[in-house]
Design a protein around this ligand. Structure first.
Ligand code: ADP
Length: 301
């Protein structure tokens, strides 16, 4: 097969692993810098150009679109989809998962457990929104944040209000969430491929840190999920429409709650913690599912 991977940084562990596995199985594998692609949208044929050349017709495309290039990256991916190239994850599904409010609204609709979450645009509603979230301690999150940056724990209503006001002054969108204290600075990442959990790890934050992100000094260990946790991860992936994703959950007293669904999960932490060949499973999925025209976006607006 001819596989393209959209990625800004070819050297990342995840990207190298996918390339190595695909090539070892005899596939052609091109890493294409997302922002280096350009397109002629007016033409009848939806071509994609790169480095002065028109890209060949691929059998599958692996979108590894960084959060900071979502808007342009999704446009490039749609162009591939309109050519009938099979996307590992559909542009529409990635778009859903990248929008924190949209994804939480969809998961709530589907009855998936989540921390109580509130948001408002008007600063006059701050007190009301704090109350709706159940009062301090509260977690305040920037909607555009990643890797744990822009996630703040406010121990009192007063500090919550100051943090909200400070964020508002910079004109950023935020959401306010109940603090799941019993999670104890540990979260769960379940890797879902094709509607099944293929690996799971727990990530524990550095001493005194409530955020468990590996980028914030957290450490990862393999864990066994409960049937309820597995089912929750699978339902979250389905709610987003993602074939491959990392579902981040917290263990709350009343069961698992989903914080986020990541459409380009990093492979290094989970492969090293679990010893499972995730890259191999992703390429398996492509081998089984890639067919020309098998995309929801082809021919659509
Ligand atoms: P990011 O998308 O930037 O990684 P997250 O929403 O995943 O931000 O939050 C980062 C970390 O903070 C999580 O992995 C988790 O450990 C902790 N955390 C986030 N929300 C809550 C919450 N409501 N209650 C307890 N801990 C939380």
């Amino acid at each position: 097969m001819k596989i393209a991977m959209m990625a800004q940084n070819a050297n990342l562990y995840s990207h190298q692993r996918l390339k190595d596995v695909a090539e070892a199985r005899g596939h052609e594998f091109d890493i294409i810098k997302t922002l280096g692609c350009y397109m002629n949208i007016a033409a009848r044929r939806p071509d994609v150009y790169y480095n002065g050349k028109q890209l060949p017709k691929y059998d599958a495309v692996i979108p590894r679109i960084g959060a900071s290039v979502t808007f342009y990256g999704l446009a490039v991916l749609r162009q591939f989809e309109m050519q009938g190239v099979f996307p590992l994850n559909e542009s529409v599904a990635i778009g859903r998962s990248r929008d924190k409010l949209r994804s939480m609204q969809l998961m709530a609709r589907d009855g998936i457990g989540m921390p109580v979450t509130t948001f408002a645009h008007d600063p006059k509603q701050t007190e009301e929104v704090l109350k709706l979230a159940g009062g301090a301690p509260l977690v305040i999150k920037l909607l555009e944040g990643t890797q744990g940056l822009g996630v703040v724990l406010a121990d009192t209503d007063r500090s919550a209000k100051s943090v909200i006001e400070a964020f508002r002054a910079t004109n950023t969108n935020i959401l306010i969430q109940e603090f799941i204290k019993e999670a104890g600075g540990t979260d769960i990442r379940a890797l879902v491929i094709g509607g099944k959990v293929v690996a799971a790890m727990k990530r524990t934050g550095a001493e005194g840190e409530f955020r468990s992100n590996l980028h914030r000094g957290g450490s990862a260990q393999v864990i066994k999920l409960s049937p309820e946790e597995r089912a929750t991860a699978v339902r979250a992936a389905k709610s987003m429409g993602l074939n491959v994703c990392g579902v981040d959950m917290l263990r709350a007293n009343h069961g698992p709650v989903v914080m986020e669904v990541n459409s380009s999960p990093g492979l290094e932490g989970v492969e090293k913690a679990t010893g499972i060949d995730i890259a191999g499973k992703i390429i398996d999925f492509i081998e089984k599912n890639a067919k020309p025209g098998k995309t929801k976006t082809v021919g659509k607006g």
